[in-house]
Write a protein of this length. Structure first.
Length: 618
């Protein structure tokens, strides 16, 4: 019986039975509704029970870790007891020659007491250490068991996909097969629910964008039926998902042309972009290679949402393609959201945790390698300029006191939004049981959750995507502060020079020359930039060009010499203008030295700098 016939039959039966039939139907519907609601409520209650169990198990593990300081105290007691025993032995040897029998008896008794005491301490330390290991093993086993209860096989989240792929391909006149590998791979139930939509879109995108008809595939030397492979596996403690197809791939030149057409980059800049850089444009909102939008894909909404959804789960997504061969998507996610492996850092005396999956690198940056450009500080990182950002400022805890010769830096973000987050100290990695923050506080900016450290101290887990937005806003508003150093004596051991020139070639040449002599060098691209930079730092010398946009060097010199705090700062002008009147104009503005680029060579500049401020080190 078809659906229409069934509907007619049910209607007739209801009419024959009269109102009671409708009441029965209503009761049945209400019962079904209550059943669905009941299942939903039971599911929510079950999830809450899992969370409570995990919290208790994690607390047990923390309590076990807190035994370690007690064991360390026993170890110190053992060392002190051994020292005391040594003193008693020495005392006994000294007294053994005494003629006082009572004194000799007491010294011997004291010596005899030391050995049982030593054995007692050793046994208790061993017993306590064994007990700590047992408690840690049991508590960790409880955590692992609760996490296992939260896990579901990958197949639970992808069951509808084979039929969806088959039906969609048929509607588009294509022959596509879906192969799923790793169906038994265990995934946290929350993550599984949240990635279903992104995976669905990637599959639909592969069918609509990537796959040709059977005729076109055969003409290209491929099998008539296209294949999409969806694979899930555990790799290095993470969930790795790969979606690959054997379709036509993406034409990088088409992306390049679209980028230029939409004025997202100049033609020379687009021409210099690598394939990986061009592929990143596919993640931008409203960026599509299809001329006509459809209900399936090509509307410019999809890959950007996929990207954001995966990032919101502390994951990463990467795409690559080869024209005529196919398209591949790589997704990496934590195995669970309940336990996060995190880097614990210290900011202004407070502990914060950064999910390891969001950390690209942890490095120490020497102060001598930091430069300033357009009032922003950066250092060279893998051939690129990486901007320094104070974690204390972003988290509104004040400014970072960069008093040490090396800065502790956590590299976060990717592409153009990669930043070096400066923290006070790095404590190491820990596995943290994630605890939601009480809703009474609302959504806390830059914070995703909380946890307890192994020592029982509370820690806030940073929301890295939100943190990147906060950094972007500070940069856009011009509110990003430079790092300050509290210890001025240490800071001033090496002299610092500011080079102001609108020519990149001249700037870099002067910077390298000065650095070769041991000077710290910051750069500014014009007079306005130089004026902003010189007021925000402490410099021993300013070297400036004359002809620059926005503000020329003469104006900059005049401003420096009129400033109550800067008027004693030596300023050198290096210019192509070598007429006597140009030299007189510069010197009358307050310049301490005027050097023409026409007679410029390495030693000329360095000798002039030496005349003004001496050697690089005090």
């Amino acid at each position: 019986m078809d659906a229409a016939g069934c509907a007619c039959h049910c209607a007739s039966a209801s009419a024959a039975a009269g109102v009671p039939g409708r009441r029965a139907a209503n009761r049945a519907g209400a019962g079904a509704g209550r059943g669905n609601a009941g299942r939903s409520a039971r599911g929510a209650a079950k999830a809450q029970n899992f969370d409570k169990l995990l919290s208790l198990a994690s607390e047990s593990r923390i309590n076990a870790h807190q035994m370690h300081p007690f064991i360390q105290s026993l170890q110190r007691f053992k060392r002190n007891q051994a020292s005391l025993a040594t003193v008693i032995e020495q005392l006994h040897e000294a007294i053994s020659n005494s003629s006082d029998p009572k004194l000799k008896e007491l010294s011997l008794l004291a010596l005899q007491k030391t050995q049982p005491l030593k054995q007692f301490v050793l046994e208790h330390i061993a017993d306590t250490e064994a007990y700590e290991r047992r408690v840690l093993a049991v508590s960790q086993g409880m955590v692992d068991e609760v996490l296992t209860m939260r896990m579901r096989p990958f197949r639970d989240g992808v069951q509808p996909f084979p039929r969806m792929v088959r039906d969609l391909a048929r509607s588009l006149g294509k022959d596509v097969q879906l192969q799923i590998i790793g169906e038994d791979t265990l995934v946290d139930r929350d993550i599984l629910a949240r990635i279903e939509s992104p995976l669905n879109h990637m599959l639909r995108n592969a069918i609509d964008h990537g796959m040709d008809s059977a005729v076109e595939r055969i003409a290209a030397g491929k099998p008539g039926a296209g294949t999409i492979v969806l694979e899930a596996k555990h790799r290095a403690g993470m969930l790795s998902i790969e979606i690959s197809d054997d379709g036509k791939g993406v034409d990088l030149e088409k992306i390049r042309a679209r980028v230029i057409d939409r004025k997202m980059a100049s033609a020379p800049m687009a021409a210099a972009m690598s394939g990986a850089e061009l592929m990143e444009f596919l993640f931008l909102p409203a960026f599509s290679l299809k001329e006509n939008t459809t209900e399936i894909s090509g509307r410019g909404v999809g890959l950007d949402i996929v990207h954001e959804t995966i990032r919101s789960q502390n994951g990463t997504v990467r795409i690559e393609s080869e024209l005529g061969v196919g398209f591949r998507t790589f997704i990496t996610l934590p195995l669970t959201q309940s336990i996060v492996r995190a880097l614990v850092v210290d900011v202004k005396g407070e502990a914060y945790a950064v999910p390891i999956v969001q950390v690209e690198r942890v490095i120490k940056v020497p102060q001598s390698t930091i430069h300033t450009l357009e009032n922003k500080q950066f250092f060279d990182f893998g051939g690129e300029h990486l901007g320094l950002v104070s974690a204390a400022q972003v988290l509104e805890l004040g400014d970072t006191d960069a008093s040490s010769e090396e800065l502790s830096v956590v590299v976060i973000g990717s592409g153009a939004r990669r930043y070096a987050l400066v923290v006070d100290a790095i404590s190491g990695e820990q596995s943290l049981a994630v605890q939601a923050i009480d809703p009474i506080f609302g959504k806390m900016r830059d914070i995703s959750a909380a946890a307890l450290l192994d020592n029982g101290d509370p820690v806030l887990i940073l929301d890295v995507p939100d943190l990147l937005l906060s950094i972007d806003k500070l940069l856009h508003d011009g509110g990003l502060h430079q790092l300050t150093r509290a210890d001025h004596t240490e800071r001033r051991k090496t002299k610092r020079v500011l080079v102001v020139d609108d020519s990149l070639t001249v700037r870099e040449m002067e910077r390298k020359l000065l650095q070769s002599r041991g000077f710290l060098v910051d750069i500014a691209i014009d007079g306005i930039d130089g004026w902003n930079v010189v007021r925000s730092g402490e410099y021993d010398l300013v070297i400036t060009d004359v002809d620059m946009p926005r503000m020329d060097g003469i104006e900059l010199v005049a401003l420096i010499k009129k400033d109550i705090h800067l008027h004693k700062l030596p300023v050198m002008i290096v210019s192509y203008k070598d007429r006597p009147e140009d030299r007189a104009r510069g010197l009358s503005a307050g310049a301490d030295y005027y050097l023409t680029k026409g007679s410029f060579h390495d030693e000329t500049l360095l000798d002039a700098v030496s005349d003004l401020i001496g050697d690089a080190h005090r």
